[in-house]
Each structure stands twice: as C-alpha cells, then as structure tokens.
Design a protein around this ligand. Structure first.
Ligand SMILES: Nc1ncnc2c1ncn2[C@@H]1O[C@H](COP(=O)(O)OP(=O)(O)OP(=O)(O)O)[C@@H](O)[C@H]1O
Length: 704
C-alpha cells in the first residue's frame, strides 16, 4: 500500500469510529421518539380536551420521527478542523449530548457550519482543513480533504479529488437529490442570506437554482422561526417537476414544507389546457380589474328596496340603498362578507323607516281625532293607564317599539333575505368568472382594452371544464367574494418563476402576507405565456423593486460541449447574455436526420443503441407537445422518459434525445426558448434527431 493510501485508510478508519458513535446517538434519539409516540398512542384519552392534547403531542412526535428518518441517509458528510484544533462534524441535523460541551453533529444550517461551505484558501474563515466524508449506508468509505490555511498536507490529511465531481458523476435517478454536502460557496451565500424579504436567483440552465431554492426553504425553516411558524410553500410549474424534487426536503429532515402547483393551491382541478395565446390573455392584469368590476356590478346596481314587514310594505327612502352600498363597498370586506354588512345596514334603515312611518301615522290619527272630538288621545290614554295603576305610563305608542327584537327578526327573515339577494347576491368564484367569460356582453363592458378577436379568444362555452389558465382567475374571484385564502405561508419559494403570469403572481402574493420569498428562474427559458422580459417587469406590479437579485454562473448539469452548441440559440433568445460555463465535460452532441415517416424508427433505434451502450442510464426524449401521444402509442416509454417540450423545464437526465427541433420551435411562439430548455437537460449526452425540410421517404441516416 502506498503512503497516501495508508494515510487515507487510517483516516477512514478513524472517521468510521466517530461516525458510528454519532449513529448510536442518532439511533437513541430515534428510538426515544418512537417509544414516546407509541406510548402516547396507546394511552386512552380521558375526555375531549385530553383527546385533542394527545393528538397534538402525537402529531409532534410523529413529525420528529419523520424528520429523523428523513435525515438518516447520509447523516454525516463533513468535518471542519479549526486552526485552534477544534473539530466539528457537519450533518443533516444537529445532535448534542447534554454532558458534552461541543455538539456531536452540527446541523448544516447552523452558523458554525458556514465555513464548511464558504471558506476558501483566500478567506479560510478560521479553518485549517475541510473534510468531506463519503458513506455507504452508515459506513465511511472515503474522505477527501482541502487545506485552507496554506499549510502543507500532514500525515492526517487526505488531499484528493473533489467530492463535487464524484457527486456529479452519479447516475440520474429521475429524482433530484440534496446537494447539502457539496453546496458551492456562491450557492451557499444565497441559501444562508439573512435577507428576509424577496430574493431572486437567476442563472442559466443547471446552475443550481432549484438546488438553492430547496436548500433555502430548509434554511428558512431553521433560521427564521417566525416564518417557519406559518410554514414554507414551494411552488413548482407542474406535477412532473414536483415529483422530480419531492425527495430533497425530506432528506434534509424537513417534511412540513408544502409542495404545490398553482392548481393545487387554488384547489381546482382543470379539465383542459388553454392554447398559449388564450393563456397569455387570461394571465394579464386586465383580468383582475375585470373580475373586480364584475363583482362590483353585482353589488346593488338598483336603488329600490321594498319589503313586507308584518301587514305592510315598507320602501326605503331614496339614497338609503346607495348609502348602505357605499358603506359595504368601502368596508374592505370581500363580497359575500360585505353582503352581511349591507343587509344589516338595510335592516337598520328599515327600522328607521318603520319608526318614522309609525309615529307619522299615530300623529295623523291623533290630529284627526283631536279635530273631530277636541280630545288629546295621548293625554287621555296616559290618564287611563294611570288610573289603572301604571304610574310611568308612556307618553306615545312608538316608544313601545322594541327595535332590537324587530332587527333580529328582520335579519332572520327569509323573504327579506331574498330581497337582499336580488340586490346583492351571494356569489361563488365560478359565478364571477362565468359572468366575465360566458356572458355575451360582459367582455365588451369589462375588457374594453382587448380587441374583438381577443375577446372572442377568451369566450368560454357555458358548462365547459375549467382550464389551467382559468385557475388563477378562479382564485382571484375567490379572494373577491370570500376574502384572502385561509392558508398563508411565512415564506414562499417559486421555481421556474419566469413562467408566472400576472394573475399567477397575484395568487402567490396573496399567500405570502410577509412578502418573504425566494424566486428562482431564467427568462431565457420562459414559455409562451410569459409576457415580462425581466424581473423588474415581472415583479414590479406585485413586489416593487425591493428585491435582492443574485446570479449563479456555473452549470453543474449541462456539459461545456452541449452549452457550446446552444450559444447561437442563446444569443437569439437572450441577446447580450454572457454564456455560462460548465464544470462538466462530455461527449460532443450528435445530430441524426430522419424523414418524417421514419422518425419513430430512427428514435427507437437510437434509444436501443444507447440502452445497450449505457445500460441503466436515465434517458429523456423531448418532443413537441403535439407529438407526445403518437410516441407514447409507439411504446417509446419502454426505453425512455417521454417529455413534451412544454413540461421539460427543470428536469434532468443522463442522456437526452431531442426529437425534431424545428417541430419544437414551430409548435408555440417563443419555441426557440422551448428548444433551449430541451437541449440543456442532459448531464452527459445529447442527441438531436432532425427532420430536414427536403427529406424524402426512407432517407434516415447519420449526419454529423
Ligand atoms: N452544489 C451542488 N452539488 C451537487 N450537485 C449540484 C450542485 N448544484 C447543482 N447541482 C446539480 O446540478 C443539476 C442542476 O441543478 P438545478 O436543477 O438546481 O439547476 P437549475 O438552475 O434549476 O436548472 P434549470 O434552469 O434547468 O431549471 C442538478 O442535478 C443538481 O443536483
């Protein structure tokens, strides 16, 4: 054994001992939490109060068990040696024995762990050495050291290949893994930023925006207790993407983050997808104004209010309805809640009217009687009552009127409620959106800024299923009629944030009253419904310009060779954007050509060849959306993951075959951006199968 190997073997052995010691403490904690949980669940509650308490305690303990289990894999991954000789081991969570001064394991998010990520030889942050541990299960199988204080390696240092490269070489599994052991300094600085407002992270494909976003979510839960109390939401573009990232946070010991798409957030399951031009129109700010105007138009458009009270019809005076409407509309309450106030104000006005008309009638009768008989009825009645022993007899009949009881009766009265309904109907979000999109005249009234053609595009067939682009409209309408959403979050992370329309941003902002957000995206990858060209345009209307903009510059996914082939494309879709660099090197991308009728055959042949040459690798086929069904029917999914171009954002494969790039480009406006996304999904190999315009049947073959 060489001297280097001997040093490595000895250090691995030493780490094994320490890590197994940490493992024992971890097991104790896990077993303790499990036992407590079992005990709580086994004890029968005494009464409803105790049952509730038991549920809360059991929920907390079950959460702790989940947290520990989630962090078990790769529990310890690093160690830092400070210049003063202090040694700290870094892991997915913190473990501390009461009897010890130093923690046995430092949570990666703790301030003490920061130098593990950010120390460099120029800024060693008090470190002598940073060590990465490689584990199989719980067994340390390798260590790799970086010396940061300029000292020469001693007999305890194992200086070797960086752990980042080792991680990146691993096969893709179809699920993103945590990068907690290898977060790079520029990423870590964002993850750990003390900025509690809006942080925007931009960067080209594969620069780790999603990695940063998810680790940031875990950091916020750890470091910002106030935000953590309300919880963290991670919003992704579609279910496929959420499935891809769903393991990351649990593996960081965080199970309580809500991962959702806009549809899930709104609680609407769309039955159809809108074409992009419709989606773009439905995403615009004009729709918010129009929906608000629709709701307003249903709030007491008339001024007449007449109801039967007892035997009489009572009509409110001119101006009473308008006054009640004005008060309800300026109350700040949502439509259905403001309706209650409106009704109460009308009832108050009715009571005033009853009192007024009642006393007027009595006065009229008194005057008539006095005129005919010369008798003062009030005085006579009071004298009669006093004679009967009622010393405090009332002076007039109207003082007997019990306004509170009448008010309560009127508020409960069904026919009165129906009369209010005619003026200020209860509304559902669907009613509001339907009024705007299905009524023949509504668009001309509420969407004046749109052309006739645009209004025709927006038209919805009554009873048709809701579409994906209707979802934010329904959510907006829900906030107008029922008020702000019940569930709000302390921090919101939005991935592929360039995709959000104005109406979607409004959904997000509604759910984050504290405006504490991490937004990650890349406008060069924007889809066709995106109108904004930069962050100021996208966020300005909702969050102003008060955001902390960070840029990631190194791709950890796409090889330098693949990035080089996309440079011209990038220059067209994002002029002036400097190309990013990659830390990966790989094969030159290949291009095949196939005639339209032999495209599927060429694809299957390519996938078979790749499968044979690189067994076990994850291959993605990205095609124009319109082609996906045909390819699925041809059995492509037996060989590869089939991804319509519109759903490829954020995904990653070992190898990618991009089918008919011109078809992808032509499928939707901004199709070149879809193509850029498609071409940048592979970590190792890219193959493009083109359909040359002049291709004739049977001309498939290798071309470059
Ligand atoms: N520090 C890191 N350590 C290990 N792997 C990393 C690191 N940073 C990024 N990666 C890996 O690089 C790949 C790309 O990262 P990620 O998906 O976060 O990039 P992205 O910027 O969101 O890409 P896109 O713009 O395409 O959505 C992933 O496999 C991720 O795990």
């Amino acid at each position: 054994m060489s001297q280097i190997n001997e040093v490595a073997a000895r250090e691995v052995e030493l780490e094994r001992v320490q890590v197994s010691f940490i493992g024992e403490l971890f097991d104790e904690r896990l077993a303790g939490a499990q036992e407590q949980l079992a005990r709580v669940l086994a004890s029968p509650p005494d009464g409803a109060g105790e049952a509730y308490e038991r549920e809360v305690v059991a929920g907390r303990l079950a959460g702790e068990v989940r947290r520990l289990r989630g962090a078990e894999e790769g529990l310890v991954f690093g160690r830092i040696d400070l210049a003063d000789g202090t040694v700290l081991r870094i892991g997915r969570l913190g473990l501390h024995r009461d009897s010890d001064e130093l923690p046995l394991l430092v949570d990666w998010r703790a301030e003490a762990a920061r130098p593990f990520y950010e120390a460099t030889p120029v800024h060693p942050m008090g470190l002598r050495r940073r060590r990465h541990l490689r584990l199989t299960g719980r067994t340390v199988v390798g260590v790799s050291d970086e010396l940061l204080d300029g000292s020469a390696p001693s007999g305890q240092d194992v200086v070797g290949d960086g752990p980042l490269m080792a991680t990146l070489q691993e096969r893709r599994t179809g699920r993103m893994g945590a990068a907690v052991a290898t977060l790079q300094a520029e990423q870590d600085a964002i993850v750990r930023s003390p900025h509690r407002g809006v942080t925007v992270v931009q960067g080209g494909p594969g620069t780790g925006k999603t990695v940063v976003a998810l680790h940031r979510a875990a950091y916020v839960l750890y470091a910002f207790p106030k935000a953590a109390e309300r919880g963290v939401l991670v919003l992704g573009p579609n279910a496929r993407f959420l499935d891809y990232i769903c393991q990351v946070l649990p593996s960081l010991g965080e199970n309580d983050v809500v991962l959702a798409t806009c549809e899930e957030l709104a609680g609407v399951v769309p039955g159809a997808a809108d074409p992009f031009e419709v989606a773009r129109l439905k995403g615009s700010a004009a729709l918010a104004d129009a929906l608000a105007a629709v709701v307003r138009s249903r709030q007491a458009p008339g001024d007449d209010f007449e109801v039967r009270v007892g035997q009489e019809w009572i009509r409110l005076q001119d101006g009473e309805v308008a006054q009640a409407r004005e008060s309800a509309q300026t109350s700040g309450l949502a439509h259905n809640r403001a309706r209650r106030l409106f009704k109460e104000l009308l009832v108050d006005a009715l009571i005033r009217e009853l009192v007024r008309t009642g006393s007027e009638a009595l006065e009229r009768i008194d005057a008539q009687v006095a005129h005919l008989t010369g008798l003062d009825l009030d005085k006579a009645a009071a004298a009669d009552l006093r004679r009967l022993g009622f010393d405090d007899a009332p002076a007039t009949g109207t003082d007997e009127f019990d306004a509170d009881a009448v008010r309560a009766d009127l508020l409960d009265d069904a026919s009165l409620d129906q009369a209010v309904e005619d003026l200020w109907p209860r509304l559902t979000p669907g009613d509001v959106v339907d009024t705007l999109l299905t009524d023949t005249d509504a668009p001309a009234v509420y969407l004046r800024q749109f052309t006739d053609d645009q209004r025709a595009l927006l038209r919805r067939t009554p009873g048709a299923p809701w579409t994906d682009a209707d979802v934010p409209l329904l959510d907006e309408a829900a906030s107008l009629v029922d008020g702000p959403p019940e569930r709000v979050f302390g921090h919101v992370v939005v991935d592929e944030a360039q995709e959000l329309t104005v109406m979607q941003w409004r959904m997000v902002v509604r759910r984050c009253p504290g405006r504490s957000m991490t937004l990650v995206g890349d406008f060069a990858q924007a889809g066709p419904a995106t109108v904004a060209r930069d962050w100021n345009e996208a966020l300005g209307p909702h969050l102003g310009r008060r955001f902390d903009l960070r840029t990631l510059t190194v791709s950890y996914r796409t090889t330098q060779e693949i990035l080089a082939t996309t440079e011209d494309l990038l220059a067209r879709i994002a002029p002036g954007r400097p190309p990013i660099r990659s830390i990966r090197r790989g094969e030159l991308p290949r291009t095949l050509a196939a005639a339209p009728e032999s495209l599927v055959t060429a694809l299957v042949r390519e996938l078979r060849e790749q499968g044979a040459a690189y067994p076990g690798e994850l291959v993605g086929v990205v095609c124009a959306d319109g082609r996906a069904e045909q390819l699925a029917a041809a059995g492509i999914e037996q060989h590869a993951r089939l991804v319509p171009a519109s759903q490829a954002r954020g995904l990653e494969f070992d190898a990618v075959v991009v089918l008919d790039p011109d078809g992808i480009t032509a499928a939707r406006p901004g199709g070149e951006r879809d193509l850029y996304v498609a071409l940048t999904r592979a970590t190792k190999r890219l193959c493009t199968i083109t359909v040359p315009p002049s291709s004739i049947a049977g001309s498939a073959g290798k071309a470059g």
